[in-house]
Design a binder for this molecule. Structure first.
Ligand SMILES: [Zn+2]
Length: 295
């Protein structure tokens, strides 16, 4: 670990914290990130089981933030617990994060799912969103994660599971990170027995026709394929309006079977090419000097 508390002292946003860590850590990220050891090196004196019902994690700290103790719901799987530790560490390191009741943070499952909060809106929601962004960025650092995405040039839905294993993170957290960091516009849909549970659209991905709790679009590959656990469907290409609102072009879809009726679906979007642009390209090509193939 190439950084310490002192290197992060002036950072007041998750982006600034992560940039400072990346600068000092360079190319040397141990994957998966040893989050408990890193937390200990950043003045977290203990990580203890949380007994309070209905919460995923908590943080107790001294008023001067000299040290802190993280509490984690011990009934959760180890990957979710890792994310929770990163989240509480975010509250600890971000100086403006102060708990509601002055005693300590208690974070619910809903808090762990907040990623966007209106700046200047509810300050506690903004803290939760920042803690989540910090945890995702700490445990799936952008540089190695992007390199991993780029090395899988023909990205498949099963790669989400590979990357979840590599980073020792939940498939959901990994799916969100893949959508956020992939160079192309992709979206990942989590469904169960034909109903959408959650959607992780990447930046620039058009708005979908379905939302959480609704049925998957009829005729989609995810519904049409019989898949056992761990089995990927073939890719299917279909008109964009099956999945997307007001988007012209095509959508490619691939689904992965999971246990208990869960499915992961990867969507990619190819916009309809603009005909006038295409014409221009033909004219340009006609006027271009002949290209010679290199030997
Ligand atoms: Zn929290």
């Amino acid at each position: 670990m190439n950084f310490g508390r002192i290197d992060l002292a002036d950072c007041t946003t998750p982006e600034a914290l992560l940039a400072a860590i990346h600068k000092l850590q360079g190319e040397n990220f141990p994957i998966p990130i040893p989050v408990e050891a890193w937390a200990a090196a950043l003045d977290i004196t203990a990580i203890e089981p949380l007994e309070t019902e209905g919460f995923e994690g908590g943080l107790m700290m001294y008023g001067d933030r000299s040290s802190g103790m993280i509490l984690v719901n011990r009934h959760n799987g180890s990957r979710r617990r890792r994310f929770t530790i990163g989240h509480e560490l975010g509250h600890f390191l971000l100086p403006w994060h102060t708990p509601r009741n002055g005693q300590g943070f208690l974070c619910s499952k809903q808090d762990m799912a907040v990623y966007r909060a209106k700046p200047g809106g509810d300050r506690y929601m903004e803290m939760e969103a920042q803690a989540n962004c910090f945890s995702a960025g700490l445990l799936m650092p952008a540089a190695p994660f992007r390199a991993d995405l780029r090395s899988r040039r023909n990205f498949e839905v099963s790669h989400v599971v590979d990357l979840a294993d590599r980073y020792d993170m939940s498939k959901e957290a990994t799916a969100r990170r893949c959508a956020d960091l992939h160079d192309d516009p992709i979206a990942i849909v989590i469904s169960r027995h034909g109903k959408v549970l959650r959607i992780y659209p990447g930046r620039d991905f058009p708005r979908l026709t379905v939302w959480n709790g609704q049925s998957l679009p009829p005729e989609c590959i995810t519904l049409r394929s019989a898949l056992s656990q761990g089995q990927s469907s073939d890719w299917g290409e279909m008109p964009a309006d099956l999945w997307l609102e007001r988007a012209r072009g095509s959508v490619c879809e691939q689904a992965l079977g999971q246990k208990d009726g869960f499915r992961l679906t990867l969507l990619t979007f190819e916009p309809e090419s603009d005909e006038s642009e295409e014409d221009e390209e033909v004219v340009e090509r006609a006027w271009a000097p002949p290209a010679f193939r290199r030997r």
